[in-house]
Design a protein around this ligand. Sequence first.
Ligand code: SAH
Ligand code: SF4
Length: 355
Amino acid sequence: MIDLVGLSREELLAEVLSIGEKPFRVKQLWHWIYNKGVTDFSKMSSLAKPLQKKLLEKYFISRPYIVTERNSADRTRKWLLRFKDGKEIETVYIPEKDRGAVCLSTQVGCQMGCRFCHTGTQGFQRNLSASEIVSQFMIARDSCGEWPTPVDETRYLSNIVFMGMGEPLNNYDNLVKAIRIITDGDGLAISKRKITISTSGIADKIPSLAKDLGVKLAISLHAPNDTIRNQIMPINKKYPLPVLISACKEYQHLCERRQYITMEYVMLKGINDSPENAHELIQLVQGLEVKFNLIPFNPWDGCPFRPSSQKTIQQFSKILENAYFAAPIRQSRGQDIMAACGQLKSIFHQQKKIS
Ligand code: SAH
Ligand code: SF4
């Protein structure tokens, strides 16, 4: 049995031809699967009954199993999803007033080992397939009842951020394949401008993002110099800041239109939050078009760091703003259900440890 979710248009065409059908079936199937969200061949009314039966014999349209769905007091929603091999990941929906972002995972666990990140301390299990990446978004659509794909811009699930579990650029091929499916105008139809990939800084993959995808880029910078970054992000040994910054420059050079890069910066008390650090940061990003995003640190059990005070974060932001950078402080969402940055999968693991 073959899962139709996650196949590229070319792969779907090969399947359609393999069962003796004409190429136009690709468009029909694509529409039913990704525009209407139908998972049952018998509900595909534009297909004759014998064809529905033929499809049923060889194919299925998958969704991961929803282990739990939790709602936060601030309306953030988090799903713990289980795939066929029993592996689990989390997906988060963060609603705003008239739109909202779905935060997708790309791997089960993460091998990068960033010291402030709870996901990072839990080790790596495997990459997600394109199907598993795309179907997280489809679960969110099911849950919010946003089928068929809205034609106007009033959708609730308007943006996608690859800021869940895992390092997206370590699963590059599946990521690219999934984004091509997600942005296809006949299906889920999310515009590239509404998709952001966040990376810890796999420098040699960054320029190709501009060519392959043209989506927005966020860098988990988190430090103004190599000494600090080496302490908190092991990836910095492989790609130190000068290498990372020049990859960002190349990316911006290759982008078709003017494209800001968001520099994410988690505020760790006494580690990277001094006024000198803010000034160093300004020097570091010279020659790049960036916005900063200051993230209050979300602590977890056993973590060696403490959050910077609100006052320190505001002062840090002010220094950046005085140098004409946007430097908003990210509002932490969904903390009561452990859905905030760096907290994913924590409760599940804690429960496992106890039981
Ligand atoms: N792996 C990717 C994307 C996922 S994490 C990356 O690292 O960019 C999304 C953001 O949350 C990243 O900037 C990450 O560094 C940050 N983060 C991780 N742990 C955190 C924590 N405990 N508190 C606040 N932010 C955290
Ligand atoms: Fe992985 Fe991102 Fe966490 Fe680092 S911050 S360990 S790259 S998920």
